[in-house]
Design a protein. Structure first.
Length: 89
């Protein structure tokens, strides 16, 4: 009978040891997946910030030219109407 108790205790200890190893393995895999997801989100966020900055610059440029045209009543001439002067002495 005593041998049976010892075998049951040995089996329980072995099962708990394997359970700990399995849980640590699953935890490690889950952490790796979380890091990959965070890296992807970070890259997407940086790309979104770059797009917003480009949008802001384009909108600012358009508003500036539109403001010049409205306030001064001037238009930017076409390339055919621009005269370039060479000021060399």
């Amino acid at each position: 009978m005593r041998i049976m108790y010892n075998l049951i205790i040995l089996l329980m200890i072995s099962l708990s040891a394997f359970a700990v190893i399995y849980i640590k393995h699953k935890n490690r895999i889950m952490n790796i997946d979380i890091e990959k997801t965070e890296k992807n989100y970070s890259q997407e966020l940086n790309q979104h910030k770059k797009l917003l900055d480009m949008k802001r610059k384009l909108l600012e440029k358009k508003l500036v030219t539109q403001n010049i045209e409205e306030s001064l009543g001037m238009e930017i001439p076409s390339k055919k109407k621009i005269i370039y002067l060479n000021l060399v002495e």
